[in-house]
Design a protein around this ligand. Sequence first.
Ligand SMILES: [Zn+2]
Length: 171
Amino acid sequence: MSPRGSIPLGSTLSDTMRCPLCATEDTRVIDSRPAEGGGAIRRRRECLVCGERFTTFERPVILATVVKRGGRKEAFDREKIRRGLESALADRPVSDGTVDDIVARIEASARAGSALVTSDELGKAVLAELRNVDEVAYLRFASVYKEFQGASDFEREAAALERRDNGAPVL
Ligand SMILES: [Zn+2]
């Protein structure tokens, strides 16, 4: 049984890693090379206490940042996207699984490229998804996102939706 205590604060700041066999922090890197086509680094490590050798991989974790209209930045929040979708889809015949899929697609697109996305782009991505799933939800979200001023805005958007559908079955 390996002794597994809590790691003292500050001890993780170096490049050492605890031995998976004896849990000592006295390990060293004996080889380091690019892996996965340069997308990761593979390190061979050796425990200086028990002699165990093990491999670790270092991979980037990309967190998306959202740039708000005023220029302020905040971390991408998938729950915020989910809440927006759920309120637009309230009482509509759309499964939770569909919402999960949409959230996952939007998160993946937000992380693509520079992982910097504007709140406008996010809003448009949500609109594009909702347009394919449920027209009522699309119009609800559009009325908030596009800040409809009155009934005429709503009618214009509904008419645009109808032109685009061109005979497709309406839910
Ligand atoms: Zn060890």
